[in-house]
Structure formats: structure tokens, C-alpha cells
Design a protein around this ligand. Structure first.
Ligand SMILES: [Zn+2]
Length: 336
């Protein structure tokens, strides 16, 4: 097979370490690293020194979160990718929406994978025994392995036959009350990643072949053209995170055989939806619990959300299903 069409699979023999390029698997020296969060983004939004809590409860500054990356992958793969996103982002929500979805998937995917790899490298150290060791959960590892296959499109030219591996939502948020800000959230087990940059909130399930977007289609069609208040954006994001939690299938990805003249790979996907239910049933109580965590800064509790147990509180839609243009936050006086 042509060298540049060779896929790297670190999960095959659990090859994670400071001397293995995360992207291509080349052996490198320990000083060859790349920041998980792009340097230009940290600089622009000044969050490099802010702290992040890892799975093992250790605390690290964003700028210190780095993964092994060879010089070739840095200059040929990551730099051009960052440049595309940086330019798109300078045009805000419109710019991001104009970007090829696959590129945005790769950009988010690299950050997600970066935090994951950091956990995996740590777990190679026998002295570190996190309570929930990722590498000891076979189901999760299979998921990450599938994800890494599609993320290899970052380096190897891969055409996805008729799918996008993820569900991607770009939400326009009214940022007038909180301008110039960066916020990020990820959840390894559900493959969820969200990042808020100024008035653009990007919420993504990185490994669902668009099934969540499909299931939220009716709601998304109403939301996409509108600008949301931060409390509404938080609610929508909670719906996506909850849907990811209910998702019950993991897509499989298969490469077509390569012919000598091929200049790229073609990948097909399979979802076992015959024996599996795609989404577990929605439960208002667990959804309300999740929503309460993102609404905590508005002082809204799980109890408030479930005042009507059959109809959880929404800032997006009235009980009649109408979009709420000016949500009234409970406990806040009108006119405030
Ligand atoms: Zn490399």
C-alpha cells in the first residue's frame, strides 16, 4: 500500500506514549509536542493559564496540555487545519457555517482526542490509577478506536462514502452580555464536545454518524436561523448532550480495498440497528438533572425544571410548542 495511504491504529496494541506521534505513530523525541488547544486560540481568548480538571482529578493549565506530535504532522497536517479554522472563525458564525463540516469535525476531533490521549498516556504509568481508567473499559476503547479511524482523515486522504461521522451544531448566541469569551466542555464516554467562542457555540457528538442531528431535526430547523439567548443555547446544548447519553449504537468504519492507482481511501460505515435500539428512551428526570447542571448559573434547579413532571421547563419552546423570542428567567424581575 502507498505509504501516505497507511492508516495508524494506536489502539491495536495500545501504543500511547510520549515518544509516539498521536497522528501517524512515528517515534519521536519527547520535545516534539503540540498543544491540545490551538496556541492562536489560547492567545486570542487568553485562556492558556486557566485550569482544567482531568479525569483523575488532577488540574492542568490549558497551555500545558500537550500531546506528542511529529514535525511532519505539525506542519503538514495541523498547521493548515488551524489556519482554515482561524480564518473561518474571523467571520464568526457565518464563517464557521461556511466551513466544510469535515474540517470542523477534524478540528474538534483533534482537541477531543488530545484530552483523551493525555488520559491514556497517564494511565500507562503504573503509579497513576484513576478511579475510572479509560484503558480498562473495553467498550469505550472500541468506541475510541472507531473514532480514531475517522479522525485519521486529518492526515490520510479519506473520503467518507455517504456520511459524516458526527452531529454538528453551530449555534448563534447573543453574546452582548458576555462578549469575547471562550468556554469548553467535553465528555469522553459520550463522545461529546462543545466549545463556545464569542457568539458561536459549536456542539458536536463526534461519533454518531449524524443520528442525533437527525433526531433533533425538527427543533434544529427552528433554532438554526435564530440567535439564541445564552440560557436557550445552554438548554439546546443539554438536549444534545442528553441525546448522546441515550445513543446506544457505535458506528463501524470499513476501508475499501486499495488499488495501486488510488490516491485516496474510501470509507464505508455500518450501524448495527437491527439488533440494537438506536436511542434508549428519553427520561425527563435524568434530562432535568443534566439541564440543571448547565442552568445552575441562572439559579434554576432540577425541582424548578420538573415543576410539571410531564413537561420539563423550557426556555426555547412554550408548552404550545412556539419558539420563545424573549425567555423569562425564573426568579428574575421583568425589565432586569
Ligand atoms: Zn506524525
Amino acid at each position: 500500500m502507498q505509504q501516505h495511504l497507511t492508516i495508524f491504529d494506536p489502539f491495536d496494541e495500545m501504543r500511547f506514549g510520549h515518544h509516539i506521534c498521536f497522528s501517524c505513530g512515528t517515534t519521536i523525541t519527547q520535545d516534539q509536542q503540540t498543544p491540545v488547544f490551538p496556541a492562536w486560540l489560547m492567545e486570542k481568548y487568553g485562556f492558556g493559564q486557566e485550569l482544567l480538571r482531568m479525569l483523575d482529578q488532577s488540574i492542568i493549565a490549558y497551555q500545558d496540555l500537550k500531546i506528542p506530535c511529529c514535525h511532519q504532522c505539525q506542519t503538514q497536517v495541523l498547521d493548515p487545519l488551524e489556519e482554515k479554522v482561524r480564518q473561518a472563525l474571523s467571520q464568526g458564525v457565518t464563517g464557521l457555517r461556511g466551513l466544510e463540516e469535515k474540517v470542523l469535525f477534524q478540528w474538534l476531533g483533534k482537541m477531543f482526542y488530545g484530552t483523551l490521549v493525555t488520559e491514556l498516556i497517564k494511565e500507562q504509568n503504573p503509579l497513576v490509577r484513576p478511579e475510572y481508567a479509560v484503558s480498562e473499559q473495553p467498550k469505550m476503547l472500541l468506541k475510541f478506536q472507531s473514532f480514531f479511524r475517522v479522525l485519521q482523515s486529518i492526515r490520510v486522504p479519506i473520503e467518507f462514502s455517504d456520511f459524516l461521522p458526527c452531529s454538528l451544531f453551530i449555534i448563534d448566541v447573543d453574546a452582548s452580555a458576555e462578549p469575547l469569551r471562550f468556554e469548553f466542555r467535553d465528555e469522553l464516554s459520550t463522545m461529546m464536545f462543545s466549545v463556545r467562542i464569542d457568539n458561536a457555540l459549536v456542539v458536536c457528538c463526534l461519533l454518531d454518524n449524524g443520528m442525533i442531528k437527525q433526531s433533533l431535526r425538527r427543533v434544529w430547523d427552528i433554532i438554526e436561523p435564530r440567535q439564541l439567548q445564552p440560557i436557550q443555547a445552554a438548554e439546546f446544548s443539554a438536549r444534545v448532550f442528553y441525546a448522546a447519553y441515550l445513543l446506544n449504537v457505535v458506528p463501524d468504519y470499513l476501508l475499501r480495498p486499495v488499488k495501486p492507482q488510488d490516491d485516496h481511501l474510501v470509507m464505508d460505515t455500518l450501524i448495527d440497528d437491527v439488533t440494537n435500539v438506536i436511542f434508549n428512551p428519553w427520561q425527563h428526570t435524568s434530562y432535568a438533572k443534566l439541564l440543571a447542571t448547565v442552568w445552575a448559573k441562572w439559579g434554576i434547579t432540577q425541582e424548578d425544571i420538573l415543576r410539571d413532571p410531564a413537561e420539563p421547563l423550557s426556555m426555547l419552546f412554550s408548552p404550545e410548542g412556539e419558539f420563545i423570542e424573549f425567555p423569562k428567567i425564573p426568579g428574575e424581575q421583568a425589565g432586569n
